[in-house]
Design a protein around this ligand. Structure first.
Ligand code: FBP
Length: 550
């Protein structure tokens, strides 16, 4: 075991806060059912696919009395990308189960869904749980991206549950993992296994949210970590006054992380993919607008600045979206011929001939490193790995080219740049007080949902822009968040991804202020996450949550 840092020691003693009803009644709170629910769209199709889990009522926990419960065995997995607070979901679940009955057991299946399929697990005891309380990372039981969705996999999971007398599975994951949790819950009912399935909302991307799930866990801590470092870079930029920093921020598709960091730090530019898609802004228009900011600032002797770029941007730019979709198609149909090409130039020439004219022209116009990234390794579905494209460097090189042209016409604009990508730096940070409390509450709520006999539900803790003594614990049917989407050639039921809403309060606040931020040095330096101290410093929530629930 590695040495424990003084902060980790102090954090181990932190007792996360719970919603009042769970604080008072523990997992014996009573599950009060509301009205039957509907899926967010495609009701008839979702209902037909989820015969037993469709239309279930949402649940809210109210005061209840302890009752004796039989001992049970429960499985837990962490699924998908890391997010701060995962260990606290597990410790909340563990404490809830032990409060129900000290003989209850919690098995942590290793490496995500594959552990559940391949029957690899550890029994989680107090010693293990105590050593991971309030820590970041998923290293207690690790995570993985295996998709748990086939009949064969479900049968293996059911067999493993039977072998270990497991009667409930808790899946801690994002939209895809919880979609699969919903499929698994339905399958377990249809096959009369008696195994309950409960989901917990995880992802730093913040795109698993709706009226009931106000935020996915990890978003708070990750955006605070990125905002701290962005603030540090802003101070550096404002001190040296010689660099433009182009910072790409994680968030596979939605721009919630970039928007939140912009709200926290007030950069000169922050691109929002959803706005770019809505306005059908071209790459040239994006670059011209960026160049305009650089030029205006240069005219005011400010040859420095900070630009935030969401990771998923490239897929939202219409002509790039078209190029990527043509590339996916062409490479799938001509993979043998493509693999025979030895040099990057030969590969590009081979593909270019097969693309439609505008896409071919665009590919040829891109910097060689971006062209090669687009033609590099495919994902397991054979698609271009968009998240590997260095958009921050692409934009720098396009702005550079614009400035060069302007300088050739007599302007004298200085443009020196630095490129950054912040993503992995934030995913395993020690959870903020908010995430420590929220995650522990989500895990504890999951134990209460299990005790209430629920399946096909997601643990829900609401009213979280308020202090924890006003939080509401409950559960919502997974089917309620679903719609049908066309993926990899077929229509499938999925939990709807929440993108940035352009008529939402966070974006509106940003849009109102961005011109002022572009012109000046209104930078805000949020500083590091504080774990101890006054609530307005240590317990503050994200600006997104604050604005959405004002
Ligand atoms: P989840 O949605 O599974 O939580 O993962 C989100 C994320 O962190 C994205 O922001 C990022 O694009 C991706 O994971 C990176 O994935 P990987 O860890 O496989 O490199």
């Amino acid at each position: 075991m590695s040495e424990v840092s003084p902060l980790q020691k102090a954090r181990a003693a932190y007792q996360p806060k719970l919603p009042p009803v769970l604080k008072k009644c523990g997992p014996f709170a009573k599950a009060v059912e509301g009205k039957p629910t509907q899926s967010v769209a495609d009701q008839a199709k979702i209902k037909a696919l989820f015969k037993d889990t469709y239309g279930l009522p949402a649940v809210e926990f109210k005061a209840g009395k302890p009752v004796p419960t039989k001992p049970i065995n429960v499985a837990v997995i962490l699924s998908g990308g890391q997010a701060p607070g995962g260990h606290n979901v597990i410790s909340g679940l563990f404490d809830g189960l032990k409060a129900l009955n000290p003989k209850n057991n919690l098995f942590g299946f290793l490496g995500g869904p594959s552990g559940l399929i391949d029957d690899e697990f550890i029994k989680l005891d107090k010693k293990i749980i105590d050593s991971y309380r309030n820590t970041g990372g998923f290293d207690m039981i690790r995570s993985g991206r295996t998709k748990l969705e086939t009949e064969e996999q479900f049968k293996k999971v059911a067999a493993n549950c039977k072998a270990h007398k497991i009667s409930a599975i808790v899946i801690i994951g994002g939209d895809d993992s919880n979609t699969n949790a919903c499929l698994l819950a339905q399958w377990m009912i249809e096959n009369k296994t008696g195994v309950q399935v409960i989901g917990c909302p995880k992802t730093i991307d913040g795109d698993l949210k709706n009226q009931w799930i106000e935020v996915s866990f990890g978003f708070d801590t990750a955006t605070k970590v990125y905002s701290e470092v962005i603030g540090n870079i802003m101070r550096d930029a404002n001190s040296a006054r010689k660099y433009w920093h182009f910072i790409k921020l994680m968030g596979r598709s939605a721009s919630h992380i970039a928007l939140e960091c912009a709200l926290q730090t007030q950069p000169n530019v922050c691109l929002i993919s959803e706005e770019i898609a809505a306005k059908k802004t071209s790459l040239k228009e994006i670059t011209d607008a960026l160049t305009q900011v650089v030029v205006s600032r240069a005219e005011n002797k400010m040859n420095f600045g900070v630009v935030l770029i969401p990771e998923g941007l490239i897929e939202f730019v219409p002509e790039m979206q078209d190029l990527i979709s043509q590339l996916n198609d062409v490479l799938a149909k001509n993979s043998a011929g493509f693999e025979k090409q030895t040099t990057p130039d030969d590969k590009a020439a081979f593909v270019t001939k097969l693309l439609k004219k505008p896409a071919a022209k665009l590919l040829q116009s891109l910097p060689v490193f971006v062209r090669d990234q687009l033609l590099g390794d495919r994902d397991p579905h054979g698609n271009v790995q968009v998240s590997r494209i260095e958009t921050e460097k692409l934009l720098i090189s396009m702005v550079e080219a614009n400035i060069k042209k302007l300088n050739a016409k007599g302007k004298k604009i200085k443009f020196s740049s630095q490129a950054h990508f912040f993503g992995y730096e934030g995913r395993c940070a020690a959870p903020s007080n908010f995430d420590a409390d929220y995650c522990y509450s989500l895990g504890f709520t999951a134990s209460a949902l299990i005790s209430a006999g629920k399946t096909g539900y997601m643990s829900s803790v609401r009213n979280i822009s308020q202090p924890a003594d006003k939080w509401i614990a409950g559960g919502i049917p997974l089917t309620m968040m679903m719609n049908m989407e066309h993926r990899h050639g077929k229509d499938v039921p999925v939990i709807r991804k929440a993108l940035v809403e352009l008529d939402g309060a966070p974006f509106k606040f940003f849009a109102k202020n961005r011109d002022k931020w572009a012109a000046g040095i209104d930078f805000t330096y949020p500083g590091p996450i504080q774990y101890f101290g006054p609530a307005e410093v240590a317990d503050r929530v994200t600006k997104t949550l604050e604005l959405e629930h004002k």
